[in-house]
Design a protein around this ligand. Sequence first.
Ligand SMILES: C[S@@+](CC[C@H](N)C(=O)[O-])C[C@H]1O[C@@H](n2cnc3c(N)ncnc32)[C@H](O)[C@@H]1O
Length: 533
Amino acid sequence: MGVTASLPMYAVEDVPGKGKGLIATKDIPKGTRIISEKPIIASGRHVADMEQLQIRICQQVSSLSEGQQREFFSMDNIYPYTNSTERWRGIFRTNALRIGPVLDEEGIFFKACRINHACDNNAQNFWNENLNQLTIHAVRDIRKGEEITISYLGSRRNRRARQEELWENFKFTCSCRLCSLPPDQSRDSDSKLDRIHELDCIIDQGGVPGLVSSARRMLSYIDEQVRLWNELTPNEVSLARAYPDAFQIAIANGDLARGRIFAERLVPLYLTTIGDDSPEVIQYSKLVRDPATHDYYGMSMKWKTTLDEVPQGLGPKEFEDWLWKRRKETAQGQLAGLRDPETFPSFDDLPDERDFESKYFECRDMANRRPVRHWCFLAEIRDFDFFVRLHMTVKDSQIQKGYTVAILYAVRHAFMSCEPGIRHENPQMMKIFPLSLDRLQNLSENVQKFSTELDGVRICHGCGKKGTSLKQCGKCSSFWYCNRVCQKADWIEKGHKAECKVLKDPDWRAMLHRKWDEFNGHVHFPLRIGESS
Ligand SMILES: C[S@@+](CC[C@H](N)C(=O)[O-])C[C@H]1O[C@@H](n2cnc3c(N)ncnc32)[C@H](O)[C@@H]1O
């Protein structure tokens, strides 16, 4: 709960352009509970009609003492009225703060409702279900003489959206520090807030199933949100919204080690913003001790860890990389491996064409899904015919059993017969490599091993010996040899003849060099190295 000071920490004063407001009468340290208050009047937020709301408010106002009524009538009202009951309803609607276990009620508070708004608020209101009271905590140090502010907005959006919402609901134009930034800083702040909002929408759309089906991507979105918040202004309130999501993803996938760390990070944020007597602090303190007690634990066990499987001795950056499961930057010159299941998924791991949320897509709305990375389905041709469907309806003389077909952005399709398959109609998304899948995969590993040079030393693809003056295959330039004997043996006995043809193919080279996890638009065959990804 922090410090609950006994002397008043604030005074209600006139604030130019805002009516009355709360001014700090002494320095208030971050985390201090400034107010804890019961509502004087309350009503559900979704009362069927305005008349019903009016009746409820009238009943409650009538039962207030004379002094309380005077206080109520002195409150702000932005709504027009023709009689006193309409006026009371207007006062209620102008001042009420959200309350109740799921915030579906609203209440009038004589102290808290005098607090004005700022988009970069220094205090936070919260309905404490344990106390049955509204609390106001300082979310940063507030200096003596400074105005105490809360945010009237559900979430922090860009400047224009904030101004519109405030005008619509409260009829004022905010001129807080955030709303008064110089244009270039305001643009930067808005673009970050827009991205945070966009990520919020995607995370919400994924719902509970998304915690498992798109776990890694969702976690990367929260990682991005935390980074953006920290760049904007480190703000406990916002981070306290991000960490529960991260906790749920870890726990839903059986990851107790990460789950505990996210819960541990959350507790101090909640202590600052809502206090140690709040149900949230009590719940997450329990989850720090035993994260497996959360309802979502074990929905999947694909990230299974024990509580103590936390890497030791990492620097802060490496620790965050581990915590957020950040992908390692591909080292320069490092090539894609054809056995990488994320880039070259098996048929079962392909997204379904009706799935809008998977690790391969993000969905802005139901009509609009966009890949978040590139991927390619690789399969060996076992059989084919040129009749009706996916038994490879291709006009390609190269097609042969034992060759490998590569299909970019493949999705699973259920044919009329209910047979699962892939329906692909764009020939530019498909390519046939004249090698079996296994050989193709081995080849990608061999290229990794045999085409790289370390301290001037290469490995002969013929005999496997290391040397500093090996000769390059003049056709594919991928492998190196001690001499003609090694090269000839490789060509005839080890099958380099067939592989050389693939190694020369620009599509093959581009596949190995592509940054598959960076998507800036679809690519197609012929693929080219250096093409924008
Ligand atoms: C809940 S009341 C806050 C207390 C109010 N100032 C009073 O005198 O009772 C909300 C009203 O306060 C005013 N207000 C709140 N924040 C403001 C701000 N940042 N700038 C201008 N007016 C503000 C608006 O008139 C708004 O409708």
